[in-house]
Design a protein around this ligand. Structure first.
Ligand SMILES: [Zn+2]
Length: 358
């Protein structure tokens, strides 16, 4: 083969390789100390007004750069501009009383949270995430993913004083999510992911109206749609809950058939260090699977070999062109340096898996 021909083959090989096992994060990343309190799920911002806006922009850009440098293939905003993955959205919703929060047991009473109350018909005040999405699109040439809370998880994180029905309230939130999702798509977002940790808690409801509300939130989107279902951040209440789930975590078994039958295209799930039987991934035939190969509940940084081994294990149940190595969940409450080291391990492990299985 001529050297020209060889070069062409090499570049085709590179293209083929990089389109397999595209790595990405589930959603959130730690906030820098100058933006907000660190290692907290509900951190206080360090600035206000325009200064806060600028700090959110700077933190988003920082993480775009760090994700690219780490070698990730699909880039997210790291949720730097929202205080919490649910309330970041709610802040732009009319009909919610934030002044008078009430204590409510959420995720079936796993922990108490101070939640705002829905007191009137729900309506968006305007765009919710235009700043971060447009910034992300402008500063990376790679594919971008954007996360929104799912309707069922939102319903589980607010108190209802108006609708009188969880299902009705979920459908109302789904319409607002759809409005913002369409705008995000217009901003150039490639993947819109709805986060539904509540699916793992309310299994029957998730498989019925939960998935219906999700499809309503994703209605009409032409970009890729995804759902993230996890066992939560690595905080104590979640770790204690996991202790009660027994040797095998089979929650996915109850909800994956409904998701497999839905129009949602990708599913982000926990794998590494979880007690989920890996064969449950086979229930998602026909879907792309973002396989959690990074444990966010441990500060021990995975080796690329461990990441590649987890990918290899998942390959028994997920075709390689449908497998996207990912983190188990968001990294918001983690130490920043550890989170970064885990991103590097994620990308290096994906590269190693390409070499092994390419
Ligand atoms: Zn999660």
């Amino acid at each position: 083969m001529s050297s020209n021909g060889q070069a062409r083959w090499d570049s085709i090989a590179v293209l083929l390789e990089t389109s397999m096992f595209e790595s990405l994060i589930a959603g959130s990343l730690p906030k820098p100390a100058w933006l907000a309190e660190t290692q907290k799920l509900w951190p206080q911002w360090k600035a206000q007004g325009d200064e806060l806006l600028q700090a959110k922009r700077d933190a988003t850009l920082l993480w775009v750069k760090l994700q690219e440098d780490a070698g990730l293939d699909i880039i997210g905003d790291g949720e730097q501009a929202r205080q919490h993955f649910v309330h970041g959205f709610l802040e732009q919703v009319e009909g919610i009383d934030f002044e008078h929060k009430v204590t409510m047991g959420i995720r079936d009473g796993r922990y108490d949270a101070q939640v705002p109350q829905v007191v009137a018909p729900l309506k968006l005040k305007g765009r919710v995430h235009a700043l971060e999405a447009q910034l992300l699109r402008a500063h990376t040439k790679k594919k971008i993913k954007f996360t929104l809370p799912g309707p069922m998880t939102i319903v589980d994180t607010v108190a209802d004083r108006f609708y009188g029905s969880k299902v009705d309230m979920a459908m109302a939130f789904a319409d607002l999510l759809n409005q913002e999702a369409r705008a995000l798509q217009a901003d150039g977002v490639d993947i819109i992911q709805f986060d539904e940790p509540a699916f793992n808690v309310y299994l029957k409801d998730a498989a019925t109206w939960g998935v219906q509300a999700l499809e309503r939130a994703a209605k009409g989107l032409t970009c890729t749609t995804a759902v993230h279902i996890c066992y939560g951040y690595g905080i104590k209440a979640n770790l204690d809950w996991k202790e009660t789930l027994g040797q095998e975590w089979r929650q996915y078994e109850a909800i994956f058939p409904a998701i497999a039958a839905s129009s949602i295209q990708q599913v982000s799930l926990e794998c590494y260090h979880s007690h989920v039987p890996p064969h449950l991934m086979a229930l998602l035939a026909g879907k792309d699977v973002m396989v959690g190969v990074i444990d966010v509940a441990s500060d021990v940084v995975e080796t690329p070999e461990q990441v590649a081994d987890t990918i290899g294990q998942a390959l028994q149940y997920v075709p390689k062109q449908r497998l996207f190595p990912c983190t188990n969940c968001g990294m918001a409450p983690m130490n920043r340096d550890i989170a970064l080291a885990k991103l590097q391990a994620l990308a290096a492990g994906a590269a190693l898996a390409r070499a092994r299985h390419g």
